[in-house]
Design a protein around this ligand. Structure first.
Ligand SMILES: CC(C)(COP(=O)(O)OP(=O)(O)OC[C@H]1O[C@@H](n2cnc3c(N)ncnc32)[C@H](O)[C@@H]1OP(=O)(O)O)[C@@H](O)C(=O)NCCC(=O)NCCS
Length: 188
C-alpha cells in the first residue's frame, strides 16, 4: 500500500474542504498553540482564503495522506527563498503516530517543490510534541526574545532549518527512515 502525501493550495479547495479546515482551525487542540487563540468567524475564514489569491507573501496548503485530509501547513512572511512555517495535524489524527511522516513529507515538499532555502518557526516552549518533532528534524533551537515580548506569559523557541542542514541531517537519516517504516502501511 505505502503512503503518499499530496498538497492542495487553500485557493483551490472546494467548499467542503474549506469548512473542514475552518473546523480544524477552531478546534481548541489546534488554536491553543497559535499566535491568535481566538475563534475565527466563518466569513473571516472565507475572506482570508480569498485574499490569499493575491497575497504573494503567504501560502497555505491542505495536506492529504493517501487522499485523506490530515492537516495543513503554511508559509508566511515569504521573502525570496525564506519563510516562516506553521502547521498542524487535524485533531482526529493527533497521537496516531503520523507526526514523523507529516514532518518528513511536508519539509520535502517545501524544499524540493516550493524551493525554499531557509525555514523559520516559533513554537511555544510548552508545546512538547511540536518541539520534539523539531528536535528530531534538526531545527536549531533558541529562546525567542522577540515573540516572548508580545505576551509576557508566553515563551517561544525560535527554530530554524536551512535546506543544507535538511539535506545533511534529515535525508537518509537512519532513525527517521526507521520511524517512517513503522507507519508506512498504517491505516489511520
Ligand atoms: C504538534 C503535533 C503536530 C504533534 O502531533 P501528534 O501526533 O499529536 O504528536 P504526539 O504528541 O502523539 O507525538 C509526540 C511524541 O511521539 C513521538 N512520535 C510520534 N510519532 C512517532 C512515530 N511514528 N515513531 C516514533 N515516535 C513518534 C514523537 O517523537 C514525540 O515524542 P516525545 O514523547 O518525546 O514528545 C500536533 O499535536 C498538532 O498539530 N498540534 C496542534 C498544532 C500545533 O501545535 N502546531 C505546531 C505549532 S508550533
Amino acid at each position: 500500500m505505502g503512503c503518499k502525501y499530496t498538497y492542495v493550495n487553500f485557493t483551490d479547495l472546494n467548499n467542503e474542504e474549506l469548512l473542514l479546515v475552518f473546523n480544524w482551525r477552531n478546534n481548541y487542540e489546534v488554536r491553543r498553540w497559535m499566535y491568535s487563540t481566538d475563534l475565527v468567524e466563518l466569513d473571516n475564514h472565507f475572506n482570508f482564503v480569498e485574499r490569499l489569491k493575491t497575497d504573494k507573501s503567504k501560502l497555505y496548503f491542505l495536506v492529504k495522506r493517501n487522499n485523506l485530509p490530515v492537516g495543513t501547513f503554511s508559509l508566511t512572511a515569504i521573502e525570496d527563498d525564506e519563510a516562516e512555517w506553521g502547521y498542524y495535524i487535524a485533531p482526529d489524527y493527533h497521537h496516531k503516530n503520523i507526526g514523523v511522516e507529516f514532518y518528513y513529507y511536508v519539509l520535502e515538499y517545501i524544499y524540493l517543490n516550493l524551493k525554499m532555502k531557509t525555514l523559520k518557526g516559533y513554537a511555544l516552549t510548552a508545546n512538547k510534541s511540536a518541539n520534539s518533532f523539531s528536535d528530531l528534524f534538526s531545527f536549531s533551537k533558541v529562546i525567542s526574545e522577540f515573540k516572548s515580548s508580545e505576551n509576557s506569559d508566553d515563551e517561544y523557541f525560535f527554530r530554524e532549518l536551512t535546506e543544507n542542514v535538511w539535506r545533511e541531517k534529515v535525508i537518509k537519516n537512519k532513525k527517521i527512515e526507521r520511524l517512517l517504516e513503522l507507519t508506512v502501511n498504517s491505516i489511520i
